[in-house]
Design a protein around this ligand. Structure first.
Ligand code: NAD
Length: 335
């Protein structure tokens, strides 16, 4: 059985996902593309040999669309996810589920009412070979009990127009999710510290941010989120544990030594670092729909929990000090 996918949003990540599904993920094909920018949708559709649709409803309801990828801007995910749930089609929704708890809650309530896990969140770092190896380091066979996690997330420039809140809800949301997943723990409280801003920071905004979470289990998780770092894209993660320390460097790059210089290339943006993770994520999603695996990847609950933790951090931007993360209890559907 081939899963026929419709893709909403023909921008950076929608294009990357559509190409993977059409050419690099056995068991899937792309049949339809929708974007409010119709020329962008038509161009991607003709590249892939499929059609573009005139509306969101045309794509979601099409008989030859078995599953949907949502790759539109952050603020549209919740409404589009609700539309996909209404027709009961498996959907992979890009992160974040929503920038606010209120919107995220409506999607969570809808899936719980249906009583079936249909929505997967695009937290692809869970499939990145670097993070997968780092998770294996944790525990009695490895470095022991985690005590602290140090995260770095730097972009050369922020693609969506830098806002201080957006750094949390759009970018650091990756660290918020991956540390929950690494530690299998929830956040209890958060504090954001803002230092001096870099030269490219727009007036009224702050960058970089230093975000500190404490988990229910007492682990301290810090995140340097620097969106206008100029030099390139870099994501690293170091786990400090009872019996040792493990570092996930910035991918598996070759170190080249030439005349008086030793170094590694730095990717310009995220696709260069996480190319494999996006493909592996799509394969796992398609395999789960084809019934070869149960629900896989981040659930709607994971998306909700991440938005919850992000909103507390946004509140901390306005209040000077710790803010509690009051995550409601997990519905049975996600246990
Ligand atoms: N998982 C990751 O690592 C990762 C990486 C990049 C982007 N993203 C997420 O993917 C989403 C898209 O990011 P991007 O970089 O591709 O942005 P983008 O701006 O390149 O693309 C977004 C596309 O959505 C289209 N669009 C706008 N309104 C729409 C609507 N109402 N219906 C359908 N399409 C609409 C735009 O015309 C544009 O083509 C964002 O939410 C972002 O957070 C995730």
């Amino acid at each position: 059985m081939t899963i026929r996918v419709g893709v909403i949003g023909a921008g950076n990540i929608g294009t990357a996902h559509a190409h993977n599904l059409a050419t690099a993920v056995p068991g899937s094909t792309v049949t339809a593309i929708y974007d409010v920018d119709q020329p962008a949708a038509t161009a991607l559709a003709s590249e892939l040999g499929c059609r573009s649709t005139a509306s969101l409803a045309d794509l979601i309801n099409a008989d030859d669309v078995d599953a949907v990828v949502i790759a539109s801007p952050d603020g549209l995910h919740a409404e589009q996810a609700l539309a996909c749930l209404a027709v009961r089609k498996p959907t992979l929704c890009e992160k974040p589920l929503a920038p606010t708890i209120e919107a995220a809650q409506r999607v969570l309530d809808a899936e719980v009412a249906i009583g079936e896990r249909l929505l997967t969140l695009g937290f692809m770092r869970r499939f990145d070979p670097g993070y997968v190896a780092l998770k294996r380091e944790i525990g009695a066979e490895g470095i022991g009990t985690p005590l602290m996690v140090h995260n770095v997330h730097r972009n050369a420039a922020f693609a969506y127009g830098l806002t201080t809140e957006g750094t949390v809800t759009n970018a650091a949301i990756h660290e918020i999710d991956i540390n929950r997943w690494l530690l299998e723990d929830e956040y209890a409280r958060v504090q954001v510290i803002m230092g001096r801003s870099g030269p490219d920071t727009p007036d009224g905004q702050r960058d970089p941010l230093f975000i500190i979470y404490e988990t229910a289990g007492g682990v301290v998780v810090d995140i340097e989120a620097f969106m206008m770092a100029r030099y390139g894209y870099e994501v690293t993660c170091q786990v400090v544990a009872s019996d040792g320390v493990s570092d996930m460097g910035d991918g598996g790059y070759i170190t080249r030594t030439t005349a008086r210089v030793r170094g590694q290339p730095v990717p310009e943006q995220w696709i260069g670092r996480f190319r494999d993770a996006y493909r592996i994520e799509m394969q796992a999603w398609i395999d789960s729909i084809r019934g070869r695996a149960g629900p896989t990847g981040a659930s709607l609950w994971d998306g909700f929990a991440a938005t919850h933790a992000a909103e507390a951090a946004v509140e901390s931007l306005r209040s000077d000090g710790w803010v509690r993360v009051d995550l409601p209890s997990r519905p049975d559907l996600y246990r």
